[in-house]
Design a protein around this ligand. Structure first.
Ligand code: ADA
Length: 552
């Protein structure tokens, strides 16, 4: 399943078989093709642990007519061929993409996917980094048989009204034929319906808007995450020809002065940065492990999670919707210098990731803010222009959520006035001697006089490292679990005591693998600042965080 609920009752949709024939043509160390699991990363295979190259996946599929394949993730970039003809290509591991073939003869067809995780000249976002960029088909693949037209998305923005709520919907429909088509579109939200005629010109893709009034519904809150079905149904005369089902929660997010309000209630955020990675599974995190992460975070007293530094698996977001875990989701970028941001493909690749993230994750009530450009060059005029452009795209794609970015601690920031919520990454007591209080005062001063005065501030990263199992009860040596506990205690108390800060995301939930090139300061090429190790084994800090999150 590519989601945690059924997304179609009319459209014929199934998950592709999990086993694919796999080969690694760039010296991956496989003498011959082998069967590989999808979803999965090829680094799970003992001979491909550090393979950076192309992976070729092949599978025979039985289908016919108008066929649509949807790939939740091909990392880092993908090319899709059907019977030897390219039908799609995509850049970016963290958002999905479709591959459509029309008028196929019914029968067996060869589906071939080329995944490529090499760092390439034409790639601005995918570079050696303080996380690992895996290779493979890392999220589910679905195969669907379509009618003459199909619904590509249905977005529902929930807005509070005098008499209850309304859902302002946007539905995009694509005509796959060279003929004009006339349909009726039926939108239902929480059981309330609206209907309108839709006429499509040949090959036309059209977005239609309509509002559904929902008087008698329960609001979505972290404590009571009530979810409702949003359904778009396309009919020709009376016959249903296509549908798309998603889920929504009735809630409004807005900022008011230094506060972030959810249905009018101020948020006090305590949570974690979580890379999408789990031990030997890499970024192809099994759904039960996603649920375990949320259960652990809830046990720790967390109410929010940041998808550092890229859009996450929709199934994880579905679980956040279900359990009321608030989400700071961000598009893909980490630590790009101005030089990197001047890469000829940077703005186009960032724009595409921003648009795909919002288009594919729009309906998740748990996402309370859209982020972008983690620790990029916000201190130069060109870099600031890129931040402004990114915020414009996010706001234009979704006026219903605030926008933010997690900024570097160093002075010189130029974009505090451009974002709705200000994120700051601080590492006092770990990367440098100095109190949390001093670090916060320094950064707040800069924000105050740099255009961000009176806005909500979140400490989007703060933490310290420890090697799982390394103890130094007498001396608290660096990398010992005892040292990590002592530093985290100072950091959490310092941040939660500051009345100007409305949230904290610890760096980080679990240890993660980093690029081979990131050799310095990363024992075992791991970022060891997790409060659990890569297999979710708790370090001593687990208890420290749980006590502090529950008492403060
Ligand atoms: C930065 C960065 C994180 C991680 C962290 C660290 O704040 O945003 O991705 O690299 O530092 O562990 O130093």
């Amino acid at each position: 399943m590519d989601r945690m609920f059924q997304t179609h009752r009319i459209r014929k949709s199934r998950e592709c078989a999990p086993l694919w024939r796999f080969s690694a043509p760039d010296g991956g160390g496989l003498e011959r093709p082998e069967m590989m699991m999808v979803p999965g990363v090829w680094e799970s295979h003992p001979r491909l642990r550090a393979y950076r190259g192309r992976g070729i996946y092949e599978q025979t599929v039985s289908c016919g007519g108008n066929v649509r394949f949807f790939f939740g993730s091909v990392s880092f970039r993908g090319r899709v061929e059907l019977d030897g003809r390219e039908i799609a290509s995509h850049y970016g591991a963290y958002t999905g993409f479709e591959a459509v073939a029309r008028n196929l003869a019914p029968g067996e067809h060869l589906l071939r996917v080329e995944a490529d995780n090499r760092f390439a000249e034409d790639s601005a976002l995918h570079i050696p980094n303080d996380y690992y960029a895996y290779g493979g088909i890392c999220r589910p693949v679905t195969a669907e048989e379509l009618s003459d037209a199909y619904i590509t998305f249905c977005h529902g923005r929930t807005v509070k009204t005098e008499s209850g709520w309304e859902v302002r919907t946007e539905t995009e429909i694509r005509n796959l034929t060279d003929r004009p088509l006339a349909y009726r579109l039926e939108i239902s939200a929480a059981g309330e319906k609206a209907e309108l005629p839709v006429r499509l010109q040949p090959e036309e893709t059209r977005t239609v808007r309509c509002t559904v009034a929902c008087a008698d519904v329960t609001a979505w809150t972290p404590e009571h995450p009530a979810l409702y079905e949003l359904q778009a149904l396309l009919r020709r005369e009376e016959a249903p020809v296509d549908d798309l089902i998603d889920r929504i929660g009735f809630r409004e997010i807005r900022t008011e002065g230094t506060r972030i309000l959810l249905n009018g209630e101020p948020l006090r955020l305590k949570g974690f940065n979580r890379h999408e990675e789990y031990g030997g599974f890499g970024m192809a995190v099994p759904p039960s492990a996603m649920m375990q992460d949320l259960q652990l975070m809830r046990d720790l007293g967390a109410n929010c999670v940041r998808t550092c530094h890229y859009p996450n698996d929709p199934r994880f977001l579905d679980l956040c919707d279900e359990t009321g875990m608030l989400v700071w989701e961000e598009s893909h970028a980490r630590g790009l210098s101005e030089e990197r941001m001047r890469h000829p493909r940077f703005r186009e690749q960032l724009e595409m990731c921003n648009r795909e993230m919002v288009a594919q994750h729009f309906n998740h009530p748990s996402i309370f803010v859209w982020g972008c450009l983690n620790e990029c060059a916000d201190d130069t005029e060109y870099g600031a222009a890129c931040y402004r452009e990114s915020f414009r795209t996010l706001r234009a794609s979704d006026p219903g959520r605030p926008v933010t970015a997690a900024l570097l601690e160093r002075p010189g920031g130029r974009v505090y006035g451009e974002m709705d919520v200000i994120g700051i990454n601080l590492y006092p007591e770990w990367y440098y001697a100095g109190s949390v209080r001093e670090a916060l005062d320094r950064k707040k001063q800069e924000i105050r006089f740099g255009g961000g005065n009176g806005k909500p501030i979140i400490v989007s990263e703060i933490g310290a490292g420890a090697i799982y199992g390394y103890h130094d009860p007498l001396g608290q040596a660096k990398w010992s679990e005892e040292r990590q506990c002592a530093i985290l205690e100072k950091q959490i108390r310092g941040v939660l005591a500051d009345p100007d800060v409305c949230g904290i995301f610890l760096w980080q939930f679990a240890d993660v693998r980093v690029s081979e090139e990131w050799f310095a300061g990363r024992p075992g090429t791991m970022n060891n600042k997790g409060i659990t190790d890569a297999f979710r084994r708790p370090k001593a800090a687990y208890r420290t965080v749980r006590e502090l999150f529950s008492e403060t």
